[in-house]
Design a protein around this ligand. Structure first.
Ligand code: FES
Length: 111
C-alpha cells in the first residue's frame, strides 16, 4: 500500500499507509492529522491547504482553475501549495510528503 508522510505543525513526521483513491484530506481525518477540510472536498474552503514536498510537486496532476482560485485564499501560500482534498492517493504517489502550513487562517480574515 502507498505510504504518505505528513509533517505536522510541530514538525512531527507521521507516515501512514494510505489506500489509493482517498484524498490527502480524507487520509488526514482517518489518521487524526490536523487538516480541517471544512467543505469536505467541494472546493469551497481552503482549510485543507498543504505544502507539497518540492520533489513531489511536479508529479501531481495540475491544479484546476477552481482549486487555484480557492488556494489564493489560503494563508501562508507557497509555490508548492495544493488543496489536500484535490490530491488523490495512488500507487504512483507512494512516498509522498506533505507539510501542514503553520497557520490556516484565511487571508480574508487578515485584511
Ligand atoms: S476541503 Fe474545502 S477545499 Fe478542500
Amino acid at each position: 500500500m502507498p505510504k504518505l508522510t505528513f509533517i505536522e505543525k510541530d514538525g512531527n513526521h507521521k507516515t501512514v499507509e494510505a489506500p489509493s483513491g482517498l484524498s490527502i484530506m480524507e487520509l488526514a481525518h482517518k489518521f487524526d492529522v490536523d487538516i480541517e477540510g471544512a467543505c469536505e472536498g467541494s472546493l469551497a474552503c481552503a482549510t485543507c491547504h498543504v505544502i507539497v514536498d518540492p520533489n513531489w510537486f511536479g508529479k501531481l496532476e495540475e491544479a484546476s482553475e477552481d482549486e487555484d482560485d480557492m488556494l489564493d485564499l489560503a494563508f501562508g501560500l507557497t509555490e508548492t501549495s495544493r488543496l489536500g482534498c484535490q490530491i488523490i492517493m495512488s500507487d504512483e504517489l507512494d512516498g509522498l510528503v506533505v507539510t501542514l502550513p503553520k497557520d490556516d487562517v484565511p487571508n480574508l480574515l487578515m485584511d
